[in-house]
Each structure stands twice: as structure tokens, then as C-alpha cells.
Design a protein around this ligand. Structure first.
Ligand code: CA
Length: 492
């Protein structure tokens, strides 16, 4: 799939209010998001999770319940009802934006009944050696969806559709154990942590099982027919055999006759592992640039002892930019979440300039960075923390508007100083404006850069630095930025 000049908006964060208003808000704000410069919106999972109206959607219970049936204590999901969901997707389309819907196929949670089955125990940190003999367990593996009463699908899930669970109702205290069912094995072509990272949580789907693959294809066709979604964000790829989605996505594209852009979440800071996955999936999808996120995380923690010249090293943005979806933060990396790796607030303007104002990558803006967020939760230290994520909306709006007009023509890089880096765009025939971006993670920055535009006047669109810079007959200008910040100079 090709990577245009679009920008994605991630419309939620982990602590988005569980008041059932997100779908309605998206309908109301679709036009505004389009006007700001977004071309696509990533929506959270739209189906019922095991925690009902408070579930983010990642703890999937019923993929056919888009907030329509009285299951898990409510009709609506965390984000609203089915009607509101479909309306939001329609509003995004009408505003001229793509919708990327979140697809979670790795696991199921919150079964309706237990089943007695034989299983072999493994410790969670060693998936290669059994930790005991095979024995009978009582597994929460039977999903009959009584609240839905067979609507849309009569498929019931049983233990044989899964490889493993991590809970035996007869032995509820064995919390670090994974039970692999008789005749089953962990799937191959998955992440390599703990020897095999097939198992993540809940009832782990067996992708080698024919009925499972047929059911996921049937559901996918139903879901696309029902929602008209334009593309996918795929969850937890590292825990699903890489060959599965190649075939599933192909079927979905054939069914709809549409391109269906796909962005995968393969959470791994190692570039090599992402490249391997991209090769295995034969260009079917793009991947979030997790290594770039970790560069931002580190840079924000290290302050001026971080060498900015290396900020794009070992990233998809640099090495495989056509497959890179770049982002600063997301609902898993935000404070107190499972993959917590916060990008400190002072660095976010620099990070957003890096993803929004360069040629490489398909950027994704996180709602909590755009709209701000405040929440309280327990951290990994067991105590409650109050978190405030400030809104960077004003700056991001400026960057979006500059992206649309000034990121064209020749891109010249000045990644030549540990604390002050910059780049310029010369503009092209259709977009005649030139631009110079300068950022510093230390004291006030200054740099002479070639803009490709002679005798032109530039102003800092962030408003951080007052006054004008004029380039000489060669197109060279002396640009500046404040300490620990970024300036975006555009020709006027
Ligand atoms: Ca799995």
C-alpha cells in the first residue's frame, strides 16, 4: 500500500472517559479534524469487551456486539452504541477522512461457561519447557453469547479453538502459569521473547484450526459490510503467526474490492524484528515505528546529554520509511499503562516536528497530546498516581498546517550537532514556499542552513522566536530556536 501525505489522528487514549460519548464526539468533530489537517482517524475497538461499558475494547468478548446487545452488564461499549459507532464512521467519510478500525483477534476474555480439558502447564517466563505434567483443568473457554441469541452468527467458541489459557478455575492462585491444551502447541512465526511469545492473555486463538480461520474471515466480511470501514489497525501482531494476516487481509480486500490500508502494532524496539515481520508479510501492511518512539522516550529523559544526531538511527522512518507509521505516544505507552515509556512533555514539540515536518513516514497524532488528559491510576509500584498530559494542540495545528504547505521539494538535513539539528525544504512548483526547522535539546540553538530560496524572508510559525530571517543570494539563512524547543521558519 502506498503512503500518501496524510496524517492519522488516534482518537482515544487508555483513560478516555467511559461515558459512552466518544463515537458521538467523533461525529461532531469530524469536520474540525479534517480542517485541522488530519486525513484519517484511528478508532478504538468497537465491540464488546469482557468488562462491558468500561472495557477499552482490547479485552474482547464478542466481536459481533458493536454496542447492540445487553451483554457484560450493558448494551453500549465504553464509546457508545452501535448506532453511534456507525454514525461516527459515516461522519468521518462525509468529512473526507479515512477510518482505521482497531482489530483485536489474538485472544478472547470473559467466557460464558467453563470446560474440563487436559492441559500442560508452562511458566510464563519459559514457553519452551513444560513446568509439570499434563492434567485436567477447568478452563473458561466456552463462549455462547447468550445475550445475542445467535444474531449475525451462531458460532460458539470451545476449548479446541484455543491453544492455551492462563487460568484454571480449580487452582485460581496459579497466576504465573499458562496451560497449553492437549494436542495443541504455541503457534509459530510469533515473537521470540520467553522462547515463544504466542501467548499474551485470555483464551489464545489457535490460528492453525480451520474453524477459527473460517470464523474470523466470516466475521471480517460481516464487519466490513456492516461498518464500511476503510482500513485497519491490527493489535498484538507479535502474538499472532505472521502468515495469518497476509491471507486474512487478502480475503478482506477481495471481498470489498477496496484497498483497505492496514497498520500493524508489532511492539518491538528492535528494528531488525520489524524488518523481518515486514518481509514475512510481503508488503501487506505498514508498521508503527516503535524504535522511533523509544528514541523520543530516551531523548526526553536524557535532556542535553542525548545526541540528537542519532535520533532517527535504527528506526523504520530512516530504514524503511515507506512502511513506517510514526508516532510520539499511544494508549499503551502513556503513563501507568502496560508499555509505559513516556515521552516527556518538553520534548513533544520536537518529536511532533520530527514526525509531521519530514518527508519520511506516515504520522499519527495521539489524542491525549492533542486534547490533553488528566487521570489517576495505580502504577507498577502499587501506589496511586495523578497524571496530567498537557495539550499541545496549538503547536500541532501549526505543524499540520505547515506540513500541508511547506514539506515539498528538496529536503536538506543538518543533523550535525549533538544538541542542535535542523532541516530545510526548498518547495516545488506546486508548493513554492520554503521552510527551515531547527530544534535544540540544550541551550538556544543557531544554525546556518541552505533553504534553496535566495533573498527570501522567513518567520517562525511557532511564534517562539520573534522577528524575521532573510536569506542571502545563495539561499543561506541563519536560523534560531529557543532552548529545549523547536522553531519552524517559513518563507513569507
Ligand atoms: Ca497468540
Amino acid at each position: 500500500m502506498k503512503n500518501d501525505r496524510g496524517v492519522i489522528f488516534q482518537s482515544f487514549h487508555w483513560y478516555s472517559p467511559a461515558d459512552g460519548t466518544l463515537w458521538k464526539t467523533l461525529s461532531d468533530e469530524a469536520e474540525q479534524l479534517r480542517t485541522a489537517g488530519f486525513s484519517a482517524v484511528w478508532l478504538p475497538p468497537g465491540y464488546k469487551g469482557h468488562a462491558g461499558a468500561s472495557d477499552t475494547g482490547y479485552g474482547v468478548y464478542d466481536l459481533y456486539d458493536l454496542g447492540e446487545f445487553d451483554q457484560k452488564g450493558s448494551i453500549r461499549t465504553k464509546y457508545g452504541t452501535k448506532g453511534e459507532y456507525l454514525q461516527a464512521l459515516k461522519a468521518l467519510k462525509q468529512a473526507g477522512m479515512h477510518s482505521y478500525v482497531d482489530i483485536v483477534l489474538n485472544h478472547r476474555m470473559g467466557s460464558d461457561a467453563t470446560e474440563i480439558v487436559k492441559a500442560t502447564p508452562y511458566q510464563k517466563d519459559d514457553r519452551l519447557q513444560p513446568a509439570g505434567e499434563m492434567h485436567e483443568i477447568e478452563a473458561h473457554t466456552n463462549f455462547t453469547f447468550p445475550g445475542r441469541e445467535g444474531a449475525y452468527s451462531s458460532f460458539s467458541w470451545h476449548w479446541w479453538h484455543f491453544d492455551a489459557v492462563d487460568y484454571d478455575a480449580r487452582e485460581p492462585e496459579a497466576s504465573s502459569t499458562i496451560f497449553v491444551f492437549e494436542g495443541k502447541a504455541f503457534d509459530d512465526y510469533v515473537g521470540s521473547e520467553y522462547g515463544n511469545y504466542d501467548y499474551l492473555m485470555g483464551c489464545d486463538l489457535d490460528f492453525q484450526q480451520d474453524e477459527v480461520r473460517e470464523e474470523l474471515s466470516a466475521w471480517g466480511r460481516w464487519y466490513l459490510d456492516t461498518t464500511g470501514a476503510d482500513g485497519f489497525r491490527l493489535d498484538a501482531l507479535k502474538h499472532i503467526p505472521s502468515w495469518f494476516f497476509v491471507s486474512w487481509i487478502r480475503q478482506m480486500r477481495e471481498h470489498t474490492g477496496r484497498e483497505l490500508p492496514v497498520i500493524g502494532e508489532y511492539w518491538d524496539p528492535e528494528l531488525g524484528n520489524l524488518m523481518t515481520y515486514l518481509d514475512q508479510t510481503e508488503g501487506t501492511l505498514l508498521l508503527f515505528d516503535v524504535p522511533l518512539h523509544y528514541q523520543f522516550h530516551q531523548a526526553s529523559r536524557l535532556g542535553n546529554s542525548y545526541d540528537l544526531r542519532q535520533i532517527l538511527d535504527h528506526t523504520l522512518m530512516k530504514e524503511r520509511s515507506a512502511s513506517a507509521v510514526t508516532f510520539v505516544e499511544n494508549h499503551d505507552s502513556q503513563a501507568l499503562q502496560s508499555l509505559e515509556s513516556v515521552v516527556e512533555s518538553w520534548f513533544k514539540p520536537l518529536a511532533y516536528a520530527l514526525i509531521l515536518l519530514r518527508r519520511e513516514g506516515y504520522p499519527c497524532v495521539f489524542s491525549a497530546d492533542y486534547q490533553g488528559a488528566a487521570y489517576t491510576d495505580q502504577g507498577s509500584d502499587g501506589t496511586a498516581h495523578e497524571i496530567v498530559i498537557p495539550s499541545h494542540r496549538q503547536l500541532i495545528d501549526t505543524l499540520l498546517s505547515v506540513r500541508g504547505a511547506f514539506t515539498f521539494g528538496e529536503q536538506r538535513d543538518y543533523f550535525d550537532h549533538a544538541n542542535v539539528i535542523g532541516w530545510t525544504f526548498s518547495g516545488d512548483a506546486e508548493h513554492p514556499g520554503a521552510m527551515a526547522v531547527l530544534m535544540s535539546n540544550g541551550s538556544e540553538g543557531r544554525k546556518a542552513m541552505h533553504t534553496g530560496m535566495a533573498k527570501a524572508r522567513f518567520i517562525d510559525r511557532t511564534g517562539y522566536v520573534a522577528g524575521e530571517v532573510e536569506t542571502d543570494e545563495e539561499g543561506m539563512g541563519e536560523f534560531s530556536c529557543p532552548a529545549g524547543s523547536v522553531s519552524v521558519w517559513v518563507s513569507i
